[in-house]
Design a protein around this ligand. Sequence first.
Ligand SMILES: O=C(CO)[C@H](O)[C@H](O)COP(=O)(O)O
Ligand SMILES: [Co+2]
Length: 221
Amino acid sequence: MSAQDIWVAPSLLAADPLNFETESKSVEDAGADLHHVDVMDGHFVPNLTFGIPFVKALKKVSGIPLDVHIMISNPDEMAMEYVKAGADYLLFHVEAATHAHRLTQVIAEAGAKPGLAINPGTSLSLLEPLLPFVKMINVMSVNPGFGGQKFIRESLSRISWLRNEIEKRSLDMRIQVDGGVNKETVGSVVEAGADVLVAGTAVYGASDRKAAIELLKNQNS
Ligand SMILES: O=C(CO)[C@H](O)[C@H](O)COP(=O)(O)O
Ligand SMILES: [Co+2]
């Protein structure tokens, strides 16, 4: 896959929390394709991060689309609020939704691109009936809740399975991989078929963010 086809989505979870505006601008200038916003509710995952006001505020200053990953227990109730706040892609967890298919429709009708996230321990079979209705799948390569964790290598066969389904069924969607993506893991992730690289520590933690994004995009070219 060429570098142009690969999107890098730096996760604001790893940014300096006292300077989100300048931090987000710095990755835009460095070539980021999307801002990855990790919404955590302290219930579905054992951590608490951003909410609706944050997404709304970020939308006002952002020059690139918002990729909002909601790790919350009640996506059926709250997803619309994140669309209204400005999410361009809205990804909810397949483990958390009661009516996942309905939710994909609600998100699309409201004008955002629906997506699903799936934890490392969840069967991929849950995705099968939903694939035609989403524009992005987030294959979690760590257990959700924290940045800076170690990449789970078993995620690679999950990405490959998904890439194969997309090709077999001629689906129009992207595969994002989320957790522990860095210069050591990115080669195998892209080879397995991911085309959206979420990277928190590897981008925000780098002294040269432009070089870090270029490395992620180009490693396989
Ligand atoms: O969804 C997430 C955690 O639940 C984050 O997006 C993910 O962990 C990215 O951080 P890093 O690149 O530092 O692993
Ligand atoms: Co995430």
